[in-house]
Design a protein around this ligand. Structure first.
Ligand SMILES: [Zn+2]
Length: 428
């Protein structure tokens, strides 16, 4: 999934106004990733039932220039905080808290809403942890919208773990209380639908999702670590093992070692890449990358990253270069730092155009550019098995836990890198 792991890079590249001018966008939709399917009839998944939808784009995100129509507060406004759960005294709970974004107006708040019931084939999950991701930040700023969902109230949150609570009709493979993570993508009618982007997500006490997206988590794995697997870990996992198909001994460079690129370094170490070179302007991020498996780190503000990578690889450049940032200038650096026959993998989302010297770079050096998005259905089960066996460990990535009522604080901490977080989670 799209992510910008480093806010310093993000802000310099996008002139991000921050949440100061958080506003809505209703603009032409520049498809960034994914492919376009001609024709119509893609249907939108929704826990309240399917809605006919005439979008022609099969998956991906809609990007557009942010055009705020109103000045909104510095931080997302939590409009109304209902009484805490403990102060309520109802015999049967029928309502829950959900942090919702109005995709049309850009207004964000924690609302009290009915607890949803699962439709046939879906399952209600009691959310135990849900990640706060820069993708959410882009949605809050109006920079990003799901292809299948452009308006109305949407509960955000796409990195979810919890316990099975209620089965929809026809679901017999799960039992109440089962510990599960929720895969990011729901495949339906030839389209891909992202939880928390195209349909309601996990910044809520309960979420309803297709049973096919549930993956059992090992008893030994805490909910907060399980929650970050379906995006922040599975996306770099699939970028490395599938899209780039990194082989042991190949040299690699990673631009942006924040909330996603950090995991890329760990996974590259796991699959035997060597050397692993991490590029990031933040000293804390570079130190962390060294601790977690990078062989060399580069501060792109202090030295020429391309020259340095060439010098570290005997003048040839790396076999594989990964971008977890998403800016035009960095994408060109990836190509320049790649060896002949090298692969450059674009994972960070970039909505800005740039010029590429195709004959000079791609043609003579036989280089390849590959785009990457999310992960296939095997990634999350594979990762959870590896975590359960102790072969991989991402427990140090959980930098902070927040109750749902403090979601705006969590968002602020992510936006301004308070205490240099890797991943933050809400615990409803
Ligand atoms: Zn995410």
């Amino acid at each position: 999934m799209v992510d910008f792991p480093n806010s310093a890079l993000l802000q310099s590249s996008q002139q991000s106004p921050g949440l100061l001018s958080l506003g809505h966008q209703r603009t032409s939709r520049d498809l960034l990733v994914g492919h376009v399917r001609r024709g119509s009839g893609v249907r939108q998944a929704s826990h309240g039932g399917d809605q006919a939808h005439d979008n022609t784009v099969e998956f991906g995100f809609a990007f557009g220039a942010s055009t705020p129509t109103a000045e909104l507060p510095l931080t997302p406004s939590v409009e109304r905080l209902p009484p805490s759960r403990s102060s309520r005294n109802t015999a049967k709970e029928t309502e829950m808290l959900a942090a919702q974004l109005d995709l049309g107006t850009g207004v964000f708040g924690v609302n009290e809403v009915p607890i949803p019931d699962p439709q046939p084939g879906w399952v209600r999950v009691k959310v135990r942890a849900c990640g706060v991701c820069l993708t959410d930040l882009h949605m809050l700023k109006g920079e990003l919208r799901g292809i299948h969902r452009q308006d109305g109230l949407l509960t955000l949150g796409h990195e979810i773990a919890g316990e099975v609570d209620l089965l929809g009709e026809g679901v017999d493979t799960w039992r109440q209380g089962d510990r599960v993570a929720i895969a990011l993508l729901h495949y339906k009618d030839g389209g891909e639908f992202t939880v928390g982007v195209d349909f309601d997500g996990g910044w809520a006490e309960y979420v309803v999702v297709p049973a096919s997206t549930l993956v059992a988590i090992p008893d030994s794995l805490p909910f907060d670590v399980a929650a970050i697997v379906p995006d922040a870990v599975s996306t770099p996992w699939a970028a490395i093992t599938e899209t780039a198909a990194v082989r042991p001994g190949e040299s690699v460079a990673v631009w942006g070692v924040g909330g996603v690129g950090t995991h890329a370094v760990q996974i590259l170490r796991f699959v035997g890449a060597a050397p692993i070179i991490a590029v990031d302007p933040l000293p804390e991020a570079r130190d962390r990358a060294l601790r977690l498996g990078a062989d060399f780190v580069i501060d792109p503000c202090a030295e020429d990253a391309v020259e340095k990578i060439k010098s570290l690889t005997g003048g040839t450049g790396v076999n594989v270069a990964f971008d977890f940032v998403g800016t035009s200038s960095i994408e060109l650096q990836l190509l320049a730092a790649s060896a002949p026959f090298g692969r450059t993998i674009w994972v960070g989302a970039n909505s800005k155009p740039f010029t590429l010297d195709v004959p000079g770079i791609l043609l003579f050096f036989r280089q390849q550019i590959r785009g990457h998005y999310a992960s296939g259905p095997a990634a999350v089960p594979d990762l959870l098995r590896l975590l359960g066996l102790g072969r991989l460990d991402f427990s140090t990535s959980i930098s902070g836990r927040f109750p749902l009522s403090e979601i705006s604080t969590a968002i602020e901490h992510l936006e301004y890198k308070v205490d240099n977080p890797v991943r933050l989670v809400v615990v409803p």
